[in-house]
Design a protein around this ligand. Sequence first.
Ligand code: FEO
Ligand code: CA
Ligand code: CA
Ligand code: CA
Length: 594
Amino acid sequence: RAAVSGDLGRTAFRAVPPNRRDALVTPEGFRSDVVARWGDPVEKGAPRFDVRRQTPDSAAQQFGYNCDYVGVLPISGSRALLVVNHEYTDPNLMFPADVYDEDTQKRIEILSHGMSVLEIVRGRTPGSWLRADHTRARHNRRISARTAFTMTGPAAGDARLRTTADPAGRTVMGTLNNCAGGTTPWGTVLSGEENFNQYFDASGDLDPRYADSYKRIGVTGAGRGWSSVDPRFDLTTEPHEPFRFGWVVELDPSDPRSTPRKHTMLGRFKHEGANVAIAKDGRAVAYMGDDERGDYLYKFVSRDKMKKGEGAAARRHNMTLLTHGTLYVAKLVGDGTEDGYDGTGEWIRLTSDTTSYVEGMSVADVLIDTRLAADKVGPTRMDRPEDVEPNPVNGKVYVALTNNSNRGSATLPVDEANPVGSSMTRPSLGAPLEQKSGNRNGYVLEVTPARGDHATTTFTWDLMLVCGDPAAQETYFAGFDKSKVSPISCPDNVAFDSEGNLWISTDGNVLGSNDGIFRVPTAGPDRGKVEQFVTVPRGAEACGPLLADKDRSLFVAVQHPGEIDGATFEAPASTWPHTDDFPRPSIAVVYKHA
Ligand code: FEO
Ligand code: CA
Ligand code: CA
Ligand code: CA
């Protein structure tokens, strides 16, 4: 591959030290621009953002709150589509006091969830990008609670998916709590519906038929009060509405009139995201994490093979790949030796689109209550599996395991794949390390599919990184010299550059510093050399990340800047990106200074 100036996979940089600055900090020689902020116009008729004059209608046309997943799909040499998830809302930071009534706030919050598609254009410096004029961007689109989604796969239309508004159980308005995601080899975007359980209230009793199901996924009836503005969020009268969330969503951003879909074949749980690799025989394999303490890693293998080419027929076919196939859950066994944390594993079948492999559960049962199904087959309870992504260069799969404060307890003992039961943290930057129970800093797990084929059902694995302060005894950086790495805590999302380097974003750093983004070689003498490339502003988590444009651009989603305990609109912990006197979750692009 010809070297390109500004290639972030190859360029050396001086690691950004841990800090608490209210800034997006990059290494010397690099700069960042804000591409899209909460409230920026997306759809053609979107009004100008005014934080004191927000309305549900404006929110439905403007860039939503708390950007998370970032996809970039080129549409020409100078233009691309930016696809972003809006995971959740924080009324304390979104609304000035005494401006809005509660129900108006709720309506604005509902419509500030979802996704955005917006055209971006190259800036002057290679690697830089700007938001295109939204009035001339025909792909621009806000996906919100006003957008209809079609349910696909074997559980579509199941009695549990039927509601007053949708007696057929096949059409759902909106998508909620979209966290990470992935761009498919056929040019669509997948998005995971994660903590959807929090949106449902109960005006009375819960339906006893669903007690086990609700309990396993955390649907309690203690919601956000949204039922006062939309009755579908009342479990007592609409017990099925929660079954319509917790899916992987597929969006075709190239067609602004396309109907996004929720794929039941990929199971229902707290989906962090989904990333697709193509098996040797051409089938699509989607890797997925269920982000909860003690939950599981999953993969789906399609029945049909991907068709190559850009033509409409190939595209139509590939858009069906996630509707038929087999869903698996992972079991990891340590080898019991002292040579590091590693071992073997297997993918255990849960169901195909026609046959359930879980006793006493139908295909639809397995897909709708995937956690309950998996519980029956003995998979490995992991420390919050977040983003799971195949590395296109070495064919291995990388899993961000954020943390687990319960690990090491009687109900969740350590094992070789989850070996840390107490770890060192730092209450503030520069303070001495303190021991806390549980796995507080997380891991990066490396999975090697048998014969290098993503469709196989066995694999080997190793913990490439045991995160934390390198000074802490429990940490491990793939054997790299611990005196030469950046501290890293709570890995959340992962991405790769064309060299196969791993890029990691963090959420919830417990080492006293702001969160950030790190580059780590996965091969060669520098394997395990974790270097901090970016820190995000105070109170924010770092999302995305995504390398684009021949690796000259690093897209970063700065989610919930200023969100610390007790922060309010009037007293935020951050005002980033410093265009206003309050924080605005935004997408930024980092590139080499010209
Ligand atoms: Fe939304 Fe698991 O992070
Ligand atoms: Ca071992
Ligand atoms: Ca996440
Ligand atoms: Ca990712």
